[in-house]
Design a protein. Structure first.
Length: 270
């Protein structure tokens, strides 16, 4: 493909988009008739010490240090609708390198998904831009829209608002980030020069679900796995998504991971 050519993609299937491309909304759909669980309170007293000793938070800090040590710089971009997108910018010395936008998967964040790949990308002569998608990590929005099309619009607006914003960039999307990347390339073809989708079933249809091509039987089961509330749910999710899942997953670590995830979702709602 020549650099001047725009990416042309078919229009995403709208029905599939509602059922499969919007996992952020799945939990609300599947539990509409159930009483919602009580929101976790802010960490105070004993909870504050548990929060400080959390292995999940400790690992998040390690990933953040990996970004900082690689020279990336965090910033936040306010958008017109009140959303705020947190994004890591490439080191200043990479201004002449080819920009690449990295979109994480569902349940992850920029640091958790991409920390191991930063130095190889920089060594390959690329300038990585790594956002937290809206409703994940440090990005938030008051909007009720949870669609990947909205995510794509937020990412495109944030990239355009950056100082010395790149006119065109390559995009890599993993899993749910692949759905967002697909919508980004479709809606903003002038900005995307290359597109890489990793483990993102953007071509799947409703008939594929009915034919039993998925490891889950219905949307409700998928929602319970994507937003696990119990250690056994998270173990099942890991077993389905990793070709070599860890043999030993202590319940205390899993509960900590779930608890920290609840605090993060609460913070993004405030």
């Amino acid at each position: 493909m020549k650099a001047s050519e725009a990416v042309v993609l078919p229009q995403p299937k709208k029905r599939l988009e509602h059922r499969l491309i919007d996992p952020v909304h799945l939990h609300a759909v599947s539990s509409a008739t159930e009483m919602p669980p009580p929101a976790p309170s802010a960490p105070t007293g004993r909870r504050r010490w548990l929060h400080r000793l959390s292995p999940t938070i400790a690992r998040d800090r390690c990933y953040t240090r990996a970004f900082l040590s690689a020279g990336l710089r965090p910033t936040t971009v306010p958008l017109a609708d009140g959303a705020v997108l947190h994004i890591w910018l490439p080191p200043p010395a990479t201004g002449s390198r080819h920009p690449i936008l990295l979109l994480h998967g569902f349940g992850a964040s920029a640091t958790w998904q991409w920390a191991p790949f930063l130095r190889p990308l920089l060594a390959a002569g690329l300038a990585p831009y790594v956002p937290d998608l809206v409703f994940f990590g440090a990005s938030a929005s008051p909007a009720s829209d949870r669609s990947p099309a909205y995510q794509a619009a937020c990412v495109a607006a944030a990239m355009a608002a950056l100082p010395d914003a790149p006119q065109r960039y390559s995009v890599v999307g993993v899993s749910y980030g692949g759905f967002v990347a697909y919508h980004l390339a479709h809606a903003f073809p002038a900005a995307v020069d290359r597109l890489v989708l990793v483990a993102a079933g953007v071509c799947l249809e409703e008939a594929d679900l009915a034919a039993g091509l998925f490891a889950v039987e219905d949307i409700g089961e998928a929602a319970s796995l994507l937003l696990p509330q119990r250690p056994e749910d998270l173990r099942k999710l890991v077993g389905l998504t990793f070709c070599r899942p860890p043999r030993f997953m202590p319940s205390c670590f899993i509960r900590d991971y779930i608890r920290v995830g609840k605090f993060q979702r609460l913070a993004n709602q405030l």
